[in-house]
Structures are given as structure tokens and as C-alpha cells.
Design a protein. Structure first.
Length: 214
């Protein structure tokens, strides 16, 4: 069976099943890279949220800042909850692997979503994100770094989160830059933070803010 379809089907099922639990989880505090990203977006600018989840906290925050917002998510249950949580926001059930926008957004936001892709899918979605951005647009990307640098990153990629098995892979700073820089993005900021939660355990978060070359 096609590997891409395996991962998409597995993760769609998992996120549908954990949507209610995820909605009740505690949200991590807003990091400085998020604030930096928002300051780069023009007043009333357009944001594409790739993997919008339950809409909290980010869809709500983007609307409060006056941005024109679209959130997409692979999970119909996540979308259903998001529409209740943030009724004024626009949400669409769509996999990030099916993105098909052409220079429509001032900013693309991806918070802990692209780690659900294997490297080949990651590269494909990266190209689609770049295409989605307007000239000089901005891209926020948060992922998990590996806890041990010598770890084989493609082992143990099927993990259990909130009782559901899904695909999730850590990415190194080097891997991310080797994908995005050649596509025409320049790095503006990197932020790191170690997080610990009941739902996800210890995570070594790395956040990038890129800008598309004009």
C-alpha cells in the first residue's frame, strides 16, 4: 500500500479519536517566536493555519489581532470542535498534503503539524507552503527536535499519543534548513523550548520563522 496514504489514514483516524481529549488539554504558553511572526504580518493580513486543531489558542488569537484567517485540518472532528470554539473563524477540512494555493497568504502558520509527515511528504508540503505565500510572506514552523543527536530519526516513528497510534517524527535544525532555504526562504529567527505535558510528555520544541524571498 502507498506509504503516503498509510500515514495520512493513520493520523486522520488518530486525531479524530483524540479530538475531545485534545480540546480538554492545557495549552502551552505563547512563545516569543509566535509574537515575532504576528508582528511581521501586515494589518489585516491573511493567515493560513496548517493543522488548526480545535482552534485554540491560535485561531482565536489571530482573529483578535485582526487577521484574515483560514485554518485547515485533516480531522473532521477537530474542525467540528474548532467551529464551536471560534465561530467567527474560517475552517476547512483539508490535509496539508493537498494544499493548492497560489500566493494567497501573507503568513503560513504550522504549529506541531509537519512532524506528522515523513521526509518525502515533508519536502512536498514545504513546496506547497512556499507556493501559498505571497512575495515576502512569512512562515512559522514549530517541530520537535530529537532528544539524542545520534538517534535514527526514522525509527520509532509510530508513537502513541493520548491512547492513539500515529506517525510523528522529530526533525533537526539542519534538515529543516536544507529543505526550506533552497526553496527561497530566509531564516529570520529560531527559538527553542523544552515542554512537558501529561498528553505529550517531554518535547524539545524548535521554532523557525522564515521569510519568502520577493
Amino acid at each position: 500500500m502507498d506509504k503516503k496514504l498509510d500515514i495520512i489514514s493513520l493520523n486522520r483516524k488518530a486525531w479524530n479519536n483524540v479530538a475531545e481529549k485534545y480540546d480538554n488539554a492545557k495549552y502551552s504558553k505563547i512563545n516569543p517566536a509566535f509574537q515575532f511572526f504576528c508582528k511581521q504580518i501586515p494589518e489585516g493580513g491573511s493567515i493560513l493555519d496548517v493543522g488548526s486543531g480545535t482552534g485554540l489558542p491560535f485561531a482565536k488569537l489571530f482573529l483578535e489581532k485582526g487577521f484574515n484567517y483560514l485554518g485547515i485540518d485533516i480531522s473532521s472532528q477537530m474542525i467540528k470542535i474548532a467551529k464551536k470554539n471560534v465561530p467567527l473563524a474560517n475552517f476547512k477540512e483539508l490535509s496539508m498534503t493537498d494544499l493548492d494555493f497560489n500566493e494567497e497568504f501573507d503568513g503560513v502558520f504550522s504549529h506541531f503539524t509537519m512532524l506528522l509527515l515523513n521526509p518525502d511528504m515533508f519536502k512536498d508540503v514545504a513546496r506547497k507552503i512556499l507556493k501559498s505565500l505571497k512575495s515576502n510572506g512569512f512562515f512559522y514552523l514549530s517541530l520537535n527536535e530529537p532528544s539524542v543527536k545520534t538517534t535514527d530519526l526514522d525509527e520509532d516513528v509510530i508513537c502513541e499519543i493520548m491512547g492513539e497510534k500515529m506517525y510523528s517524527r522529530a526533525y533537526t535544525e539542519g534538515e529543516v534548513q536544507e529543505i526550506f532555504i533552497p526553496l527561497g526562504l530566509k531564516k529570520l529567527q529560531i527559538y527553542r523550548e523544552t515542554q512537558n505535558s501529561k498528553e505529550f510528555g517531554i518535547e524539545y520544541m524548535i521554532v523557525f520563522v522564515f521569510q519568502k524571498n520577493g
